[in-house]
Write a protein that binds this ligand. Sequence first.
Ligand code: 13P
Length: 244
Amino acid sequence: MRKPVIAGNWKMHMTCAQAKEYMDSFLPLIGNDFQTRCNVVIAPPFTAISTMSRLVAGSSVDLSSQNVHWEEQGAFTAEVSPIMLLEHNVKYAIVGHSEPRKYFSESDEQINKRAVSAQKNGLVPIVCVGETDEQRERGEAERVIRRQVEQGLERTDPDNLVIAYEPIWAIGTGKTCAATEANRICSLIRSWVPSPNLVIQYGGSVKPENIDELMSMSDIDGVLVGGSSLDPKSFARIVNYMPN
Ligand code: 13P
């Protein structure tokens, strides 16, 4: 049985003070019952991880980083290592998000090194894949996603990771991928990865209005939420999804 993972990616939002205010409102809205249905994860910016580690203590909310380096330490200015995250009880690490792929030219090879090292150190990588608008229009979406999945997952244990299918044209644009199309791609990804336990999320303009439909799809095992995870009420509604 695959347990859905509902994750909020705060991106470059939330000071420590804002995170505290957010959690004061969010935790009572989700209660404790969600644990029987799904795992709930928040990925704050690095500066709020220590504060968030204290704020989630005693709840069943897990923490993710928004990236992770492959070395344990060294001369890698601006990077954060797996052991630094483990010190704050971080459980997951997003790797290969389309924003660092685009703005910092992250390659599939680097993303793979991050995923392998995260697993080796006991973190669960959330490996993001997805095509651009142009790639989709040219009919290249499946080939691009397959390359990202194959190269990103090389030498990893597929039983111990999450894949997030995030079509780039649906991120932060308000354009949602139709639930049936998102499900089709997630099911394709599943056919390429030899693990019955693989959790595959959808991400891209997920909101309270579309969560129930997305979560009723057979191959969508959760969501990775950007904008709508910044409002505690919206994200709580997403956590409290009601599949059709
Ligand atoms: P939005 O939900 O804001 O479209 O962002 C999706 C995303 O990039 C999550 O990682």
